[in-house]
Design a protein. Structure first.
Length: 503
């Protein structure tokens, strides 16, 4: 009897699942609600054109077709035309990817979403009209559409996503509507026939390799509203090849230093410069000094990476952001004055600046990212400003000369390996508001013997996590909190003492 009930239950489940799917002319739909369905899959051998109906019937009920699912027509090699009904508002990831014979598709006016790689490697797709209501276009949506000749980006999109038209080899005409604010990394990379593009006023960002290897791009019209240009954005274009050696500007953005640089080069950027693009001086080991004028707000990612002879740099008061890896490996840089208006220091920004012995973090600084000062072996002391509440992973890892750290009263957390191998550090005081200490935060601090915790409540350490190394002899905590600390920090129970019993 029990076996029969189980069989009946399994049959009921199978019927219930089957009832959720409708098959119409070789195309499968999944019921989403009482009134709607999603086109889920088509036979990979589907030949010729496909006209998707706006409604399909299922057991006497009419269902509206509202979306095309992820992978729905993936690798339907012999499908050459698709007409979608006006009821469809979403096309999922990889929905038509690898449909190598797909020459045309009718996109409904009310479509708002096209997923990532939705039409990737549709080698025969010659044209497509993006609807004016499109709110989202996924990365690499039209990558490798080698027959696509023109595209208009509607104002409803705030950005052209990464790799959206990567390697569209036949693309010659691009119209970007006003309202688009960013062209992200590799958006038009390897579009070898793209000869001219007019970018709209209001555009702010051009991402890394956005037009890399656009071998016909001779005269890009870039508006003065662009303030950020990514690494190699215009690399491999005739436009760059035709620029004279020396400082290359795109309007008021210092884009690149072109050509050979003589030994012991000293540079002054022109007045009116608003930002320094990513990789602008990357690897220029002859650069010893640079003056950056007032008005510059951003030093881009890797801007001065591995400038091994750079000893002197003046940063303007206007500077707001120092990008990722901006000064990585500037081994001759001994000191740098950070302006009061600086808000963020990027990932690995000063890593391996081995001669940097002093730096003052400004009071308005809001964010220090991971490993920002890792390997600054000459840095002796640091005061974290009150505006910084979290010290990220590896921020001061391997700063072997550091003898003093002053934490802000508002500090909430110290990340993994934040001060690992700071082997000259002997004592630290953790403020009362610290909530979390992560794995190895002070590991390898071989001289660190005393830790003062001002908080009445022990910071969270995590299961099995040990923020301190074996050199710590005593952890002093508030007298009324000794028991709580010993319970919470059981790995350190024997060295936890009342602050009143200091040696």
């Amino acid at each position: 009897m029990k076996k029969q009930l189980i069989l009946l239950f399994l049959c009921f489940c199978t019927l219930s699942v089957a009832a959720q799917e409708i098959c119409h002319k070789g195309i499968h739909y999944t019921i989403l609600s009482d009134t709607t369905v999603e086109l889920t899959r088509a036979d990979t051998l589907y030949v010729g054109g496909v006209s998707v109906p706006d409604f399909v019937d299922g057991e006497g009920t009419k269902y509206k077709v509202v979306s095309v699912a992820d992978n729905a027509f993936y690798r339907c090699m012999r499908t050459n035309y698709v007409m979608l009904p006006p009821t469809v508002k979403r096309i999922g990831d990889y929905a038509f990817a690898e449909c190598k014979q797909l020459g045309a598709i009718a996109i409904p006016d009310h479509l708002t979403y096209i997923g990532k790689s939705a039409f990737a490697n549709c080698l025969s797709l010659r044209s497509i009209t993006l609807p004016s209501n499109l709110a989202y276009l996924g990365s690499y949506a039209f990558e490798g559409c080698a027959a696509l000749r023109s595209i208009a980006i509607p104002a409803s999109l705030k950005e052209v996503p990464s790799g959206a038209f990567f390697a569209c080899k036949a693309l010659t005409s691009v119209r970007v509507s006003r309202g688009v604010e960013g062209i992200l990394s590799e958006a038009f990379r390897d579009c070898s026939l793209l000869g001219e593009i007019v970018l709209p006023v209001g555009l702010r960002t051009i991402g890394m390799s956005a037009f890399h290897n656009c071998e016909s791009l001779r005269n890009p019209i870039i508006p003065p509203t662009v303030t950020s240009i990514g690494a190699e954005a215009l690399c491999g274009t005739p436009w760059l090849e035709e620029q004279p050696d020396g400082l290359v500007y795109v309007n008021n953005v210092l884009y690149y230093y072109k050509g050979a640089m003589s030994p012991d080069t000293q540079l002054t950027l022109r007045d009116g410069t608003i930002s320094i693009a990513a990789k602008a001086f990357c690897g220029r080991d002859s650069l010893v000094s640079i003056y950056i004028p007032e008005g510059v707000k951003d030093v881009g990612n890797q801007a001065f990476e591995s400038c091994t002879s750079l000893r002197n740099i003046v940063l303007p008061k206007s500077l707001v952001n120092i990008g990722h890896v901006a000064f990585w490996g500037c081994v001759s840089l001994e000191s740098i004055s950070l302006p009061l208006g600086l808000k963020s220091i990027g990932w690995k920004a000063f890593e391996n600046c081995q001669s940097l012995d002093s730096i003052q973090l400004p009071m308005g600084l809001e964010a220090i990212e991971k490993e920002a000062f890792k390997g600054c072996k000459s840095l002796t002391k640091i005061t974290i400003p009150e505006s910084v509440t979290d010290i990220p992973d590896g921020a001061f890892d391997d700063c072997i000369s550091m003898t003093s750290v002053v934490f802000p009263d508002n500090l909430r957390s110290v990340g993994k390996f934040a001060f690992r191998n700071c082997s000259s550090l002997e004592v630290i005081t953790l403020p009362a508001k610290v909530e979390s200490l992560y794995e190895g935060a002070f590991a390898g601090c071989s001289r660190l013997s005393r830790v003062y915790c001002l908080g009445a409540d022990p910071a969270y350490l995590g299961v099995g996590q040990k923020p301190f190394g074996k050199s710590v002899r005593t952890i002093y905590v508030p007298r009324t909190s000794v028991r709580f600390y010993k319970q919470s920090w059981s790995a350190y129970a024997v060295i936890i003492k009342s602050e009143k019993s200091q040696d």
